[in-house]
Write a protein that binds this ligand. Structure first.
Ligand code: CDV
Length: 309
């Protein structure tokens, strides 16, 4: 048994006016609660340090730099790293990354119990649009503010197992899980900010959103025999509602723990990484059963190519 007692650290809303320092205080309070619950590993959401700023249009992109971190850890986040090290707890969280070369990414870091960063991921599937869209009920400008991630979907040896990260929209794409599955991943962490309604279709409300969210996680976990830990930034940010639905999914695709609020909340489960073995050695023994000669479309084309008439 390789148990990782894991806490999905859901954050309630972060308003546009809230400072990094205020948010980090909330994250530290969750960390201390997780420590009292004897957790080994803490998972925070996508863009955990700020409001979900891609809903705000800045005509000059440089005005959005206020939401980005140029250092990790930096002055605002160092207390988190110090507290995690003192508690001997691993953690991961999402943030907006501005590199020394001036590139912008929607990123997450994986931090070992020692407080050291041992992995980084940059969001690959960026939803939304790059220009102001008056047709939408609200904006989703990830394609304006971020570049697509350039690190692939790496898997890291950490927390006594094989750990991978993805971010929000990535969870809806089976390729995300499979690329990590092919590296033997045993736990995938995922932070998300999902609006409760579709900005292009007001009829797609919270129930359908929750259905698609859980369906994606559960399928990805089962089909790759891995734990999936999904963590929301939830609730109403400056009038914009987002779904909760933080949950921990086992390698059979079963939700073993889930949030009950849209506030700061811990969702805890004992995740035995050895529980991934049975699926990986039987029905999803990739080496024995995959037929890659029939999968070439997956990497040779992006859009749909219908058969000739
Ligand atoms: N932050 C996200 O990636 N949100 C998307 C919304 C826009 C659909 C998501 O997949 O939840």
């Amino acid at each position: 048994m390789r148990n990782v007692r894991t806490a999905a650290a859901q954050l309630g809303p972060i308003q546009r006016a809230d400072s990094r320092a205020e948010v980090v205080q909330r994250m530290l309070a969750l960390l201390q609660r997780a420590k009292r619950e004897r957790c080994d590993f803490l998972v925070f959401p996508e863009l955990a340090l700020t409001t979900f700023f891609p809903r705000w249009y800045h005509e000059d992109r440089r005005d959005a730099d206020q939401w980005f971190e140029t250092q990790m850890p930096g002055p605002a986040t160092q207390p988190l790293f110090d507290a995690a090290r003192e508690a001997a707890m691993g953690m991961t969280f999402g943030y907006a990354e501005l590199t020394p070369e001036g590139e912008h990414f929607n990123s997450s870091v994986l931090v070992e119990r020692s407080g050291e960063i041992v992995g980084k991921y940059r969001k690959i599937h960026l939803p939304g649009h790059a220009e102001f869209d008056p047709e939408r009920s609200f904006q989703h400008l990830e394609k304006r503010y971020f570049l697509p991630g350039d690190l692939g979907f790496p898997v890291f040896r950490a927390m006594g197992g094989l750990m991978g990260m993805c971010i929000c929209n990535d969870r809806r794409w089976p390729e995300t899980y499979r690329v990590m599955g092919l590296q033997g991943v045993e736990m995938i962490t995922l932070g998300f900010n999902t609006p409760s309604v579709n900005s292009q279709n007001p009829d797609e409300g919270p129930q359908m959103r929750m259905h698609h969210h859980k369906l994606s996680l559960q399928a990805g976990a089962y089909q790759n025999s891995t734990w999936v830990v999904a963590v929301a930034k939830a609730g109403v940010e400056d009038g914009h509602p987002m779904v909760g639905g933080s949950c921990i999914v086992d390698p059979n695709g079963i939700i073993v723990a889930e949030s009950t609020s849209e506030e700061d909340e811990l969702v805890i489960a004992d995740c035995d990484l050895d529980a991934t073995r049975f699926g990986k050695q039987t029905i999803f023994d990739f080496k024995r059963h995959r037929r890659i000669e029939h999968y070439t479309n997956i990497t040779s084309q992006v859009g749909v190519v219908e058969p000739a008439e």
